[in-house]
Write a protein that binds this ligand. Structure first.
Ligand code: MCU
Length: 432
């Protein structure tokens, strides 16, 4: 039935564009239901070593493969995405292990329990559930931490709120060689994986449990994730690393979140060494890049791209330079180029046009786009286009940051060369 629903989604996705040309709408490349990582089987060779990295003051080309050639079809993105994931793990976040040998648990109308067993080690954690009105089953938004997300608006839109305490899975306040929490009970307190990816691993295990439940309370194929500040960093990483997450909504994430690493020093945002040192959020390997981000073979526009073509709603605050909002807008603009190339340009929203300068404030400006995103990606009842609304106070310029252009990608299995830039890619997908 998964294959069947994917075929239906493909058929529904074939639409006539305004110009009358057949194009494939955003859902065409949507991740298959129930697959945490669609590229797990891609053979990745040629990952660089930390010692052999060239300096590149511009953003790495998200379309250029490790073998030096660029992808030319949308189907090649799957394994280019896997390369991007592996680079991000090796140099930025640390490794996210695959699904543990055993994940069990329960879903009730008030809570979720998660029990994990792997290699003779076990750990567990729980989260609370708050349902919207109505009879369900409901989509759900996992809210990391207890502040900054508009949980009333989420529930009013018809999604459940899963309140998840990331510290149960990856504690703060520990040295890097003695990390604690459910993730590290399984993978070891000296794991080089940072807290952000550990928190994301916890979200993935919550989704495992929802998938295994009888589906009468929560839907397994309609999960979103959000959080503000350090939990915005966590929400961003969770969404980038689990393709079952249909909607990723980081709020005011700051350094180690959405902002491009390369832009942070010039913008005067929280420095990379401060973000690296404050808590073990990033992986241990990032330590050798805090004063030389230009050596990184990957930057956060590519984490944005890892979310594509799924729903992404980045909320940012242009009033606090320490958060790096200008660098965050560049990450969004750069990542949006991959969304566009995949035909999913309407699935990303970046919004920093807000009045209140306080960090993690409840903002009326985001209520409508938040609910539209929930309707579109979780309830599947809406189709509001995404929007890029960057405050003029913190407007980055992608052109200054890139030396690559966005290719027009051919469709899967296409044997004809891609069409000229600027025209829609021809599609060989037909409605069935
Ligand atoms: C913006 O996120 C962080 C920031 O990186 C830290 O330096 C600061 O201590 O805490 C922020 C936060 O999580 O605020 C709630």
């Amino acid at each position: 039935s998964q294959i069947r629903s994917r075929v239906v989604a493909l058929a529904v996705a074939v639409m006539l564009s305004v110009a009358g040309t057949v194009t494939v709408a955003s859902t065409e490349a949507a991740a298959a239901v129930g697959v945490e990582n669609e590229g797990a089987d891609c053979a990745v060779t040629g990952l660089p070593d930390a010692g052999s990295l060239p300096t590149n003051s511009r953003l790495p080309d998200p379309f250029r493969k490790l073998d030096g050639t660029r992808i030319s079809t949308t189907s090649e993105w799957r394994c280019r995405r896997e390369e991007t994931k592996r680079l991000s793990e090796r140099f930025v976040y640390g490794e996210k292990p695959g699904k543990p040998a055993s994940v069990t648990g329960t879903v009730s109308r008030t809570g979720i329990t998660v029990n994990v067993n792997h290699n003779g080690r076990s750990s567990s954690f729980s989260a609370s559930v708050s349902l919207p009105s109505g009879s369900g089953p409901f989509p759900a938004v996992v809210v990391l931490g207890g502040f900054g997300a508009d949980t009333a608006a989420i529930r009013a839109a018809g999604a459940a709120v899963i309140s998840y305490d990331p510290y149960a899975v990856g504690r703060e306040g520990t040295p890097r060689n003695n990390k604690q929490g459910a993730f590290y009970s399984i993978y070891g307190s000296s794991s080089s994986t940072g807290l952000l990816l550990a928190w994301g691993w916890g979200v993935s295990r919550i989704i495992d449990v929802i998938e295994q439940s009888d589906g009468s309370i929560l839907k397994a194929d309609a999960t979103g994730v959000t959080g503000c500040s350090r939990f915005g960093k966590g929400a961003f990483v969770a969404g980038a690393f689990d393709q079952r997450i249909a909607l990723t909504m980081p709020i005011e994430s700051g350094s180690a979140g959405v902002p491009i690493f390369r832009g942070i020093p010039g913008e005067g945002a929280q420095s990379l060494s401060s973000a690296y040192g404050e808590q073990p959020w990033l992986g241990d390997a990032f330590g050798s890049f805090t004063s030389s981000p230009t050596r990184l073979p990957v930057d956060t526009h590519q984490m944005v791209a890892m979310v594509a073509p799924r729903g992404l709603f980045i909320m940012d605050n242009p009033h606090i330079a320490n958060l790096g909002p200008r660098s965050a807008s560049v990450a969004a603009l750069g990542g949006a180029e991959v969304y566009k190339a995949l035909g999913a340009g309407e699935n990303i929203t970046y919004w920093s046009d807000v009045q209140d300068g306080s960090h993690c404030a409840n903002r009326s400006e985001w209520r409508t786009p938040l609910q539209q995103n929930i309707q579109k990606f979780l309830l599947k009842t809406g189709n509001a286009p995404g929007a890029i609304r960057i405050s003029s106070r913190a407007l980055g310029n992608l052109a200054e940051w890139r030396d690559w252009q966005t290719p027009t990608l051919g469709s899967a299995g296409d044997t004809t060369p891609p069409s000229a830039p600027g025209t829609p890619a021809a599609s060989n997908v037909t409605a069935t």
